[in-house]
Design a protein around this ligand. Structure first.
Ligand SMILES: CC(C)(COP(=O)(O)OP(=O)(O)OC[C@H]1O[C@@H](n2cnc3c(N)ncnc32)[C@H](O)[C@@H]1OP(=O)(O)O)[C@@H](O)C(=O)NCCC(=O)NCCS
Length: 191
C-alpha cells in the first residue's frame, strides 16, 4: 500500500478519488442532510466550516494510516455525490471495515453497488485483504440490502451499540470473506 497518495479508482460511471477542499459545498450538502445521516454514527454536519474541518480530518486519517476514504464523483462533471471508506485497515489480519453514503438525489440508481464492487475488488485484489466488515442499523433497509446483494453475511446483532443525537441504536454486524467473494466473482485476479 502506497500511503503517499490515495489511489483513484475508475468505474463505468464514477471516479472514486480523494476528497479535496474544493468539494466542500457538495460534501456539506450530502452530510448535512438528516435523511442521509439518519442511521450514521454521527449527527448531520451543522455548517460549511464543520464540513471543511471534516475534510481536513479525512486527510489526517489517511496520513495516520487509519482510513482510506474516497469521494464518489460523477465522471460526467466530477461533482461529488457520496463517499466510501475502508476504516481501520489491518494488514496483519488482512481486514478492514467499510462505510458509505450517497447524497439523496443519487439514491436508487445503482451507484453504491457500482462503487462497492470496485472498492471490494481493490480491497481483495490489490490490498490482499481476506475479510471486510460492516456495521449497520437494523432499520436501514437500503443498506442491509446493499450489503446482502454483495454477498455479506449477517454474523451478529449488537445491542445498543451507538449513541447518536440522544438515540441508542442497535447494530447488525456483517462480514464478507474472500472465498465467498471469489466464488461470486471468479473473474477478479487471485493474488
Ligand atoms: C445505503 C445507500 C448507500 C444505498 O444506496 P442506493 O444506491 O440508493 O441503493 P439502492 O436504491 O440500490 O437500494 C438498495 C436496495 O435496497 C432496497 N431499498 C431501498 N430503500 C428501501 C426501503 N426503504 N425498504 C426496503 N428496501 C429498500 C432497494 O430496492 C434495493 O434493493 P435491490 O438491490 O433488490 O434493488 C443509500 O441509501 C444511502 O446513502 N443511505 C444513507 C447513508 C447510509 O445509511 N449509509 C450506510 C450506513 S451503514
Amino acid at each position: 500500500m502506497d500511503w503517499q497518495r490515495l489511489p483513484t479508482i475508475d468505474t463505468s460511471r464514477l471516479l472514486l478519488r480523494r476528497i479535496s477542499a474544493a468539494d466542500v459545498d457538495d460534501f456539506f450538502k450530502i452530510f448535512s442532510d438528516p435523511e442521509v445521516m439518519r442511521y450514521w454514527s454521527t449527527p448531520p454536519i451543522p455548517n460549511r466550516d464543520a464540513a471543511s474541518k471534516l475534510i481536513g480530518e479525512i486527510h489526517a486519517g489517511f496520513e495516520r494510516r487509519e482510513s482510506l476514504k474516497w469521494g464518489i464523483a460523477l465522471r460526467t462533471d466530477d461533482s461529488l455525490i457520496g463517499s466510501v471508506t475502508l476504516f481501520h485497515p489491518d494488514f496483519t489480519h488482512r481486514r478492514a471495515e467499510i462505510g458509505y453514503a450517497l447524497g439523496r438525489g443519487h439514491w436508487g440508481q445503482g451507484y453504491m453497488q457500482e462503487t462497492l464492487k470496485a472498492v471490494l475488488t481493490y480491497a481483495f485484489d490489490v490490498l490482499n485483504f481476506h475479510r471486510l466488515e460492516a456495521d449497520v442499523d437494523p432499520r436501514n433497509a437500503a443498506s442491509v440490502r446493499t450489503l446482502e446483494r454483495l454477498g455479506f453475511q449477517r454474523e451478529g446483532y449488537l445491542r445498543e451499540r451507538w449513541h447518536v443525537n440522544g438515540e441508542i441504536q442497535d447494530a447488525f454486524f456483517y462480514g464478507l470473506i474472500r472465498p465467498d467473494w471469489d466464488k461470486a466473482h471468479p473473474s477478479t485476479t487471485n493474488s
